[in-house]
Design a protein around this ligand. Sequence first.
Ligand code: FE2
Length: 543
Amino acid sequence: MAEGKPVKRRSMVGWYDPRVLAHSAYKLVIANIFGRHSDTRLIEALASQPQNEFDYSAAQGDFWFDYVADIGDGWNSTYAVADAIARPELLGTEAGRVLVFGGDEVYPYPTRSEYDVRTETPYSQAFAARAHPDVFAIPGNHDWYDSLVAFSRVFCRPERGFAGCATRQTRSYFALKLPANWWLLAIDLQLGADLDEPQVQYFQKVAARMDDNARLIFCVPEPRWILEDAYPSHSSYEELSSTRFLEEKVFKRKARVFLTGDLHFYKRHENAEGVQKITSGGGGAFLHPTHAPCTHRLTNGFEQRAAYPDEKTSRRLSWRNFLFPAINPKSGWLYAFLYAMSAWLASASLEASDVIDVKTALAATMNAAIRDPLNGMWLVSVVGGFIFFTDTHIRSWRILGGASHALLHLAAAFAVGWLALLLTVNAFDLAYGSIAQLLLSGFITFIVGGPVGAFILGAYLFVSIRIFGRHGNEAFSSLRIQDFKQWLRLRIDAAGVLSIYAIAIDRVPRRWRAAQRNGKPTIEAHDARATAPRLIEKVEVRP
Ligand SMILES: [Fe+2]
């Protein structure tokens, strides 16, 4: 970010904005085709960069470092967390010597300007006139949407740095040698794919330099321990082999702690041996639900020990889906189009005698849907689209859920179209089938269809998450909740005990003002309703 440039403060990404939807879908398809099936020259070049482990083991006294994931969304949430991380002291902890970004460093998709405005600017403002940690990062799925072009520019060029902080890595994965024989191993699994050969070789080289008492912390891009439980027949989650392969074949010991983001909340799972699996994705992105799917007891023997926000709060927040049209006004365009098109296609095959009453009109519409190929194709693609959208790994549920959701919208489109017809014919006294009547009723259907469709989607998401525990992502990305942010601060003390502090900000500031910090310009919160950072819990992992 150039100094002196006015700071742009973005709001939370509107995931149901048709432009964001279309662009994300396009990026995702491209990333899936090229990211999964071919290696770009850039990735090859990245993989051939020399890189050893980064050694912090000689640090004296307590060694502090921070772990934050899923950052780079709206200004309020991203900056609130960045500013709290950068404070020299907080709740009896000290700012980290190292800052690890655990994935999804930017939303909705990675570009130079999004990284600049949504990620780097908040962090450079937060670190202004404060101590700068060394920054390391692994990519999450959102960073992979451009095959790591922007990510590698921001994080893998040590001569460039990030937000005034030193960066040292030249690849998208790395190993940190920490005091007391702790090692942090940050793994890049691309878009859910397996490990690549250069990465395996890198970690083999690192493993050869470990002694027998090395203790491992794995940073991984997603909480597969939760996902494989929620979607048991999802093939890519079954391929759990990557981290297991590293434990068994490469490092020949088990990791003591797993850190990840990807789901935007805090959950800690522990097994009988005291292995910690921590999901900590509250660095800035919209909140995910903690109540659904239920993750109290995972099939792999891990039990949930903590969740933030608590399930009651999460459940309460899901009611906000009934405000869907107000929270996501731009989503209305999609439904306006869907409803107007459905009404248009149906009306094209109706005669004046078909619309004498609602029953006849409905029968004629259904008749047209079956007999007219264009109508039929529209119907099939609408129902197909909703089936594709439905979030379940069980095919029969997917068809049932998607088809009911689609039929609800088609019924609503019929009702809106019918009311528009009545209004134009009865209230405006226009002749049925005249150009004026058709244009006006089409317009009314378009205008009313938007909010009605968005409301039905909100209601569908509410029912899905409350009754079936599904659509957690869709039902909460729709709420665009910027609060309930959190990250991890970690300490290794002289005795080798690893303490993990989970720190939360319940409500982030909405209002800001320009300020000076030791003579350097920065931005500070100016919002009495915002809450101060607080400790969720502290966990100790003994050597
Ligand atoms: Fe994320």
